[in-house]
Ligand binder design. Structure first.
Ligand code: FES
Length: 187
């Protein structure tokens, strides 16, 4: 599995990007190509998603070039840096996600937080894979197992890994690090 280090998105850079997002939405509405804003999992409207992002710029993490990520052929661990901002304080957010493609070839951003008690899941070893069909990510704490789309493939947990909505703008892929999307059980 590949492992990439972060590119931090400054508030200034992000605000520049959101301006481009607005242009992209306008372009899409007028039928031209260019920037676009994409909600693969929640299918929110462009305007709704854009408004959400503009309210929470510090939480938005940059995962890298859309072109490069769209060409991924294997799950990749990508580290990110962002900021948690609320009315009282701001603190740095650092972490990583697993990025892959879903059944339809769309970008899929997986949280590494195990849905049992929150330990970080890791790529399964060859030996672990041999024991469980479809195993890709393994939790070292109590043995939860997840497949190539983050779905649960064991009885330890009933729910697969949370995902994040990919935000594509200005040729890059972003996500809101504070907005994980929970799956329903048995997925
Ligand atoms: S925290 Fe992952 S199995 Fe318990």
């Amino acid at each position: 599995m590949k492992d990439r280090m972060p590119r931090q998105l400054s508030r200034r850079a992000f605000l520049g990007t959101t301006g481009k997002i607005a242009l992209g939405v306008t372009a899409a509405l007028t039928g031209t190509t260019g920037l676009f804003y994409y909600g693969a999992k929640t299918h929110k409207s462009n305007a709704e998603s854009e408004a959400k992002v503009e309210q929470r710029p510090g939480n938005i993490a940059d995962l890298g070039s859309h072109e490069e990520l769209a060409a991924l052929t294997e799950m990749t661990k990508i580290h990110y840096e962002a900021e948690y901002v609320d009315a009282w304080y701001t603190k740095p957010l650092r972490g990583f996600v697993y990025v892959t493609k879903d059944e339809n070839g769309q970008l899929l951003i997986l949280s590494p937080a195990c849905t049992h008690l929150g330990c970080s899941v890791e790529p399964a070893t060859t030996g672990q894979r041999a024991k469980t069909k479809g195993l890709v990510l393994f939790c070292p704490c109590h043995g939860a197992e997840f497949g190539k789309f983050g779905e649960t493939v064991s009885t330890v947990v009933p729910r697969g890994l949370d995902t994040f909505e990919p935000i594509i703008a200005g040729g890059r892929v972003y996500f809101d690090a504070m907005q994980p999307i929970q799956r329903s059980e048995s997925t």
